[in-house]
Design a protein around this ligand. Structure first.
Ligand SMILES: [Zn+2]
Length: 275
């Protein structure tokens, strides 16, 4: 008997009919690989004392084409013991897994529509999504109660270090609480937070500031340039003034353009008076 005859001796050509191809599976009736693989298995000899076997659908592919398939031999009919070459096709491992998923035979269903399988960090982290479960007193590391926090915020006349000692936290932590940077969800007065309106100081208009700064210049610096005698000061005069004020010339220039607070002008006058 030829190899081919030995092989097809164990094949039943009247298997289940493929619903689309309308041809019957040729079912291997010999040995099978254990479940869940169920491929037909055929002895091919011993090597190094180990029994060698081949999967029968691959053997069938070899017998039909004369080539040992370099890729996986896949079943159109999803019937592992089938060796009908018309029901076989070549593919990669990925093709096989995809085919398996598409046909609903995979152990794990297609999970690609269940969202990204990456750790939930940042905005998707539980502490962001459900802050009420983790904040404040419910945090395992919390040393204070919400009542403590409100008490700390209301004790405006007590030193940070005294509050720190009283509640067993650091003075820095007291500062964070007072400013509302920590325990943000708890009420009580906040200190120096950015949301609070800043007190507006009396301010000069740019024109008034310009006049006031010119007034600060010594008489010899109040003169125009050769090109523009109408100009009331020279750039060098501003540079000298800035040096005496301890600021940059650009700072003086900007102040004249934007308008200075009364406080700043008073400060500059005293600086010049003292120097
Ligand atoms: Zn088949």
């Amino acid at each position: 008997m030829t190899l081919r005859a030995l092989f097809f001796d164990k094949v039943d050509p009247n298997g289940p009919v493929h619903p689309v191809l309308l041809t019957a599976c040729h079912v291997w009736t010999g040995g099978r690989m254990p479940a869940p693989f169920d491929y037909g298995s055929i002895y091919t000899g011993h090597r190094d004392g180990w029994k060698q076997t081949a999967r029968t659908h691959r053997v069938a592919w070899f017998l039909a084409t004369g080539e040992i398939p370099a890729m996986q031999v896949l079943h159109r009919c999803d019937n592992p013991p089938c060796v009908n070459v018309d029901h076989l096709f070549l593919g990669t491992h990925d093709d096989n897994m995809e085919d398996k998923r598409a046909k609903g035979r995979a152990v794990h269903r297609d999970r690609s529509n269940l969202g990204p399988k990456v750790p939930a960090t940042g905005d998707r982290h539980g502490t962001h999504l459900y802050p009420e479960l983790y904040r404040g007193e419910r945090n395992g590391s919390a040393r204070l109660t919400e009542a403590d926090v409100i008490a700390i915020r209301e004790a405006a006349d007590v030193l940070y270090r005294d509050l720190a000692a009283r509640y067993g936290i650091t003075a820095t932590a007291v500062g964070y609480i007072r400013r509302g940077e920590t325990w943000q969800h708890v009420g009580g007065p906040r200190e120096g937070s950015c949301d609070m309106p800043r007190p507006t100081k009396p301010r000069l208009t740019p024109a008034e500031t310009f006049a006031a700064v010119l007034d600060l210049l010594p008489p010899e610096d109040r003169c125009g340039t050769r090109r523009n005698p109408e100009r009331p000061y020279r750039w060098q005069a501003l540079v000298r003034l800035a040096a005496r004020l301890g600021v940059t010339p650009g700072m003086v220039h900007l102040t004249m353009r934007e308008g200075a607070t009364m406080d700043l002008m008073a400060h500059w006058r005293t600086t010049l008076g003292e120097s």
